[in-house]
Design a binder for this molecule. Structure first.
Ligand code: ADP
Ligand code: MG
Ligand code: MG
Length: 250
């Protein structure tokens, strides 16, 4: 089945269990929001999906279109079309955005298949237009001296260039002003469609006004304690998280 399936996922840092049995299915074509109070495992879930070696999966599976990814290296996961929006926040001295994008696109291709300049440039033009960004930006060095908003916009530029099948965005909204938030959302919404699935992780409902999720899951203490539609995010915004914390202890 074409879906991202997280099945009974348990994960620890050292001896400390953080995820305690997460079950989520995101069919291709849907974007699901993950919300929850701080410190309850949202970022851990994202990092386990990308394969961060700091976390040990002790039980459960993650299936991407039926492939168990837990034994795969991060670059193999990327080739399946998984895109983690927080994956490349690093400054790489001497590497321009243009170079980086070209390399990242190449890494997504099956062996022996070249990214042509036409393919690269055509895509770049379209993505820059969506993000309302001047072409000169791609000659700058990756993330060097970027503002918070520019870093986020650059993440979304990478996302548009790479044709992901599943996107995982962790707190992409943090620190963004409304204008930056709108542009980031416009980028995400421009690739929404039946071939794209993903998880939008956010503590606040604000981003979800612009990227309206198909479903909302709330994680408390390493488990999904409630799933609903976009109205669930509205309720959290209005009432806060106290009532969901009680669900975890019930
Ligand atoms: P959230 O994203 O929901 O705010 P996190 O997944 O970042 O929560 O963290 C969940 C819990 O796991 C927190 O108590 C956090 O301190 C702990 N944790 C996460 N990563 C590590 C780590 N690398 N080392 C130690 N504790 C960690
Ligand atoms: Mg946190
Ligand atoms: Mg977090």
């Amino acid at each position: 089945p074409l879906q991202l399936e997280i099945r009974n996922l348990h994960a620890s840092v050292g001896d400390l269990p953080i995820l305690k049995g997460v079950n989520i299915i995101v069919p291709r074509g849907e974007l699901h929001a993950i919300m929850g109070p701080n410190g309850n495992g949202k970022s851990t879930l994202a990092k386990v999906i990308v394969g961060d070696p700091e976390y040990t999966v002790t039980e459960g599976e993650i299936l991407v279109d039926g492939h168990n990814i837990l034994e795969m290296e991060p670059d193999e996961r990327a080739r399946l079309g998984l895109f983690l929006a927080f994956q490349y926040p690093v400054e790489i001295p001497g590497v321009t955005i243009a170079n980086f994008l070209r390399l990242a696109m190449q890494a997504r291709k099956p062996e022996g298949e070249e990214v042509s300049f036409m393919e690269f440039y055509g895509k770049l033009q379209q993505a820059l237009q969506t993000l309302e960004w001047d072409e000169s930006i791609v000659e700058r060095y990756l993330n060097a001296g970027f503002s918070g908003g520019e870093k986020k916009r650059n993440e979304i530029l990478q996302m548009l260039m790479l044709d992901p099948t599943y996107i995982i965005m962790d707190e992409t909204d943090s620190g963004l002003d409304v204008d930056a938030l709108k542009i980031v959302s416009k980028g995400v919404n421009s690739i929404r469609g039946e071939n794209l699935g993903g998880l939008i992780i956010t503590h606040y409902q604000r981003l979800l006004n612009y990227i309206v999720p198909d479903k909302v899951h709330i994680i408390v203490d390493g488990r999904v304690v409630q799933t609903g539609g976009p109205e669930l995010a509205q309720r959290l915004d209005a009432e806060g998280y106290d009532w969901v914390k009680q669900l975890a202890t019930a």
